[in-house]
Design a protein around this ligand. Structure first.
Ligand SMILES: Cc1ncc(COP(=O)(O)O)c(C=O)c1O
Length: 401
């Protein structure tokens, strides 16, 4: 039988970050000693109190359909968190829980974007934003941020990108892949441009790495800048990264109630509610003890310091010191043009292939994130692995001619 798939499937690519992790896992399964820097999730276990809450939910028979946009108890925990941490007040009608932040973002794209719309995505970007935008029929418009500006969007760059067709800006801070985040003043400057240039555009504020911050930084949401900004911000968050709960699939959006209602309508005809058991676990994550989060961030901080120093000590490599998240995004373009076995490294794909094939190190080529000069290394792996991997990267670079 001839398989004729819908055209929309050809518009998008499978997630390249998941693909590299899968390849590294397959090599490991064959017994090859691969050092993986591809992980997009913390290497810590979900805290015990959270697991216990899920087990309790199962034992008590909390195993049926729930309201489509999530249980009141979880919405209340989300509302309480937003108010306590950011001073943001939301009503339950302004909150929807979905199956992970990726699903939240997908629902937003489906509820808001359509053909003729432009969606501004600062690059380097998380790989999913352009594909979800394209799937919706809208056009991604990239702002190529610069390493010397700490990979942040400048107000003048934003001003230039906004048109009357702009439907939204997708802002992710702390960022995957660069680890950059914005100060309150920087967010205020961006907000000023938005309100001046296109008062009808939305800001989709992806804050899933908000707790993974270093050097005494605290997270500020762009929704806190002014009541006008709160009105047009769709705040996306999840328990995935903060509580090492990537497999539980709980994310949410706080924002305009008409958009939330539209997302809920879409969700009612696709996934229905997020898993009942995971919702109970998420309540415990948000309301229970937070000490495991601090322990995790402390470990990430040590690894970040080590990895940045090692990378910067390699000739031809420069690495921006991330403010948050658990990735570094070093610039390897200094080694492009060099070769091994007569084969020239032309860009991040060649470099990643060279590292994986010849030195058994998995990194994610920067081209996947819209920046071919760089590559992403996740330090959500043990210090031992990081040291071993960096020794191999250093050796690999020294062997290039
Ligand atoms: C910036 C960013 N947003 C959203 C997500 C998706 O999170 P979730 O696992 O909750 O779907 C990720 C996961 O890698 C991410 O890096």
């Amino acid at each position: 039988m001839e398989v004729k798939l819908a055209q929309r499937v050809n518009l998008i690519k499978p997630s390249p970050t998941l693909a590299i992790t899968a390849k590294a896992k397959a090599m490991k399964a064959e017994g090859i000693d691969v050092v993986g820097f591809g992980a997009g999730e913390p290497d810590f276990d979900t805290p015990e109190n959270i697991k216990e809450a899920a087990i309790k939910a199962i034992k008590e028979g909390f195993t049926k359909y729930t309201p489509v946009p999530g249980i009141d108890e979880l919405k209340e925990a989300i509302i309480e968190k937003a108010e306590k941490e950011q001073g943001l007040k939301y009503d339950k009608s302004e909150v929807i829980v979905s199956c992970g932040a990726k699903h939240s973002l997908y629902n937003i794209a489906m509820a808001l974007f359509e053909e003729g719309d432009e969606v501004i995505i600062p690059a380097p970007y998380w790989v999913t934003y352009p594909d979800q935008t394209v799937l919706s029929g809208a056009k991604p418009v990239f702002i190529y941020t610069k390493e010397e500006n700490e990979f942040k969007v400048l107000p003048e760059e934003l001003e230039e990108a906004i048109t009357e067709k702009t439907k939204a800006l997708i802002l992710n801070y702390p960022s995957n892949p660069t680890g950059a985040t914005y100060t309150k003043e920087e967010l205020e400057a961006l907000a000023e441009v938005i309100l001046k240039k296109n008062p009808n555009m939305w800001v989709i504020s992806d804050e899933v790495y908000e707790k993974i911050l270093y050097d005494g930084r605290t997270h500020v949401s762009i929704a806190t800048v002014s009541p006008e900004m709160k009105e047009r911000t769709l705040l996306v968050n999840a328990v995935s990264k903060t509580y090492s709960m990537t497999g539980w699939r709980i994310g949410w959006v706080c924002g305009n109630k008409e958009v939330v209602a539209a997302m809920s309508k879409l969700q009612s005809q696709s996934t229905s509610n997020p898993t009942s058991i995971a919702q109970k676990a998420a309540v415990e994550a948000l309301k229970g003890p937070q000490d495991k989060v601090y322990e995790m961030v402390k470990a990430f901080n040590e690894r970040r310091d080590y990895i940045v120093e090692r990378l910067n000590s390699i000739e031809g490599v420069s690495c921006f010191k991330p403010h948050g998240s658990f990735y570094v995004f070093p610039n390897f373009s200094g080694v492009y043009g060099k070769s091994y076995n007569g084969k020239v490294i032309e860009g991040s794909m060649d470099f990643a292939a060279y590292l994986l094939d010849e030195f058994k190190v998995a990194i994610v080529p920067g081209v996947a994130f819209g920046d071919d000069n760089c590559a992403r290394l996740s330090y959500a792996t043990s210090m031992e692995n990081i040291k071993k991997g960096l020794d191999r990267i250093e050796e690999a670079i020294n062997k290039l001619k």
